[in-house]
Ligand binder design. Structure first.
Ligand code: NDP
Ligand code: 2IT
Length: 446
């Protein structure tokens, strides 16, 4: 088996040299899905996974714009259209200086499986730019978004490719991108998700990823007769996903001890409450400042500069910032502190060595493609509401989100249970693969 997996990975690597994040994502899927493929006549010999690992199309383009000092800036924009077997390409846009093809291809590849798991008809895609929004004025952000969309609009559409937010792209950026698309196409359509509710957005979309992560965590705990209530929780990040994960944890009676950003983390041993979380949202979403501002208003909390929160004792850890932010040494600290469950809010935040350690040492672990699928799931519901020209209530969307997270959990159990042991990575990868593979086989070799 090892030989077949290595042959496959060598072939993919040949075509994707110097793309470590992409190879990391493909390796994780290959190690769990190839042993399944070889037992199924319909998939064996069809090179389906090899086809999935090659993007259908990659677009790269210049984004030139003028900053507030009237200097001309140049960035690089991308859209990776990875797989459209089960629906239009769907996935977020990331604006961050680290953005490159390796990162966007890993994200687009994971998105294929995640979107399949949601049970909604969405293919996989991802895009973004190596633009750093930090310290930029509102008008600079607007000009950048307009320039970015002046090229991207040619390649997307409500039945073809529907982008959304990711790191550095939230409601403000989606607004500027939508405005420019509408002007260029002279069309009001559901081409982006994460829109404002008064112009086609869905209720609960901002909350969906974070809430979904916590619903999924609850389901994992319920399965071992545990619950989230009263548990201490360590969260990294303080952006969209982290904020709403924290909100839901607090609502369910858990104690959220930490949040972080790229400058360090805050530890509040009394736990966050709704008022403290409101203040975090004000710091991050309105003032757009560093998380360290928190301790000015709440001096009992401590800010640890340039450190990660994984050494804080907790029962549950939710990494919600970025890829490869929790390594083997961090995983060992969590285990020593009797952590029960690690559920990914970010995409690929836990390194392969750390995942192996969790699986071998009995710490429940959920991969992002299952546990953070709530965001794209509600994006799918936003697309459905746009097509219907209708809006569901908050309660309706939240209940659909809960149902979808529950279905994903059940799919993980169906494909990932082996002699009562649950491997959520294996379960999510195989369940996600099957639906896309069946569609690709039915549609022929193209
Ligand atoms: P935001 O931009 O809202 O927040 C990102 C957070 O992560 C910030 O606190 C940021 O800190 C921190 N961060 C980003 N890059 C780094 C880095 N290199 N090192 C340390 N910290 C970093 O993004 P989201 O909350 O939307 O996204 C967070 C994660 O969740 C990403 O992995 C994303 O792909 C994933 N995700 C997002 C979904 C969504 O719907 N938004 C859906 C599913 C997954 P700072 O402000 O200092 O940069
Ligand atoms: O990683 C993700 O799933 C997202 N950033 C959300 C994608 C979407 O289309 O809502």
């Amino acid at each position: 088996m090892e030989k077949i997996i290595n042959q496959f990975l060598t072939e993919v690597n040949e075509r994707n040299k110097n793309e470590p994040e992409f190879m990391q994502a493909v390796t994780e899927v290959a190690e769990t899905v190839i042993p399944y493929i070889v037992t199924k006549d319909i998939y064996y010999g069809q090179n389906v996974l090899l086809r999935m690992a090659e993007p259908e199309r990659v677009i790269s383009f210049r984004v030139a714009w003028v900053d507030d000092n009237e200097e001309i800036q140049v960035n690089r924009g991308y859209r990776v259209q990875m797989n459209s077997a089960i629906g239009p390409y769907k996935g977020g846009l990331r604006f961050h200086p680290s953005v490159n093809l390796s990162i966007l291809k890993f994200l687009a590849f994971e998105q294929i499986f995640k979107n399949s798991l949601t049970t909604l008809p969405m293919g996989g895609g991802k895009g973004g730019a190596d633009f750093n929004p930090k310290g930029r004025s509102d008008t600079e952000i607007m000009r950048f978004c307009q320039s970015f969309m002046s090229e991207l609009f040619r390649h997307i559409g409500p039945n073809n490719d529907v982008p959304a937010g990711d790191i550095g792209v939230g409601g403000r950026e989606i607004g500027y991108l939508f405005g420019q698309y509408k002007k260029l196409r002279n069309e009001f359509s559901g081409v982006l998700t994460g829109k404002g509710v008064s112009w086609g957005g869905s209720l609960i979309r901002p909350e969906a990823t974070g809430y979904g992560v916590v619903y999924f965590t609850s389901q994992m705990l319920n399965h071992i007769n545990e619950s989230i209530e009263g548990k201490s929780i360590v969260i990294s990040g303080s952006g969209n996903v982290a904020q709403y994960a924290a909100e839901k944890c607090i609502n369910l009676g858990a104690k959220v001890l930490t949040l972080s950003d790229s400058s360090g983390y805050i530890f509040d041993k009394d736990g966050l409450n709704p008022e403290k979380l409101d203040h975090i949202m004000y710091i991050k979403n309105v003032k757009r400042e560093r998380i360290s501002e928190y301790v000015k208003k709440y001096p009992k909390a401590v800010f640890y500069s340039n450190q990660k929160p994984w050494g804080i004792k907790c029962s549950i850890a939710l990494p919600c910032a970025t890829q490869n932010e929790l390594n083997l040494a961090d995983a060992k600290k969590l285990k020593e502190n009797a952590c029960l469950c690690v559920c990914e809010g970010a995409n690929m935040p836990v390194t392969p060595e750390a995942i192996r350690f969790f699986n071998e040492s009995g710490v429940l672990f959920a991969p992002g493609k299952a546990s953070n699928a709530g965001g794209v799931a509600v994006s799918g519901l936003e697309m459905a509401q746009n097509s219907l020209r209708y809006n569901w209530t908050r309660k309706e969307v939240d209940s659909k989100l809960k149902g979808i997270m529950n279905d994903i959990h059940n799919s993980c159990l169906e494909f990932g249970t082996d002699k009562k042991n649950i491997n959520y990575v294996k379960g999510a990868n195989i369940a996600g693969f099957v639906k896309v593979a069946d569609a690709m086989l039915a549609q022929g070799v193209v």
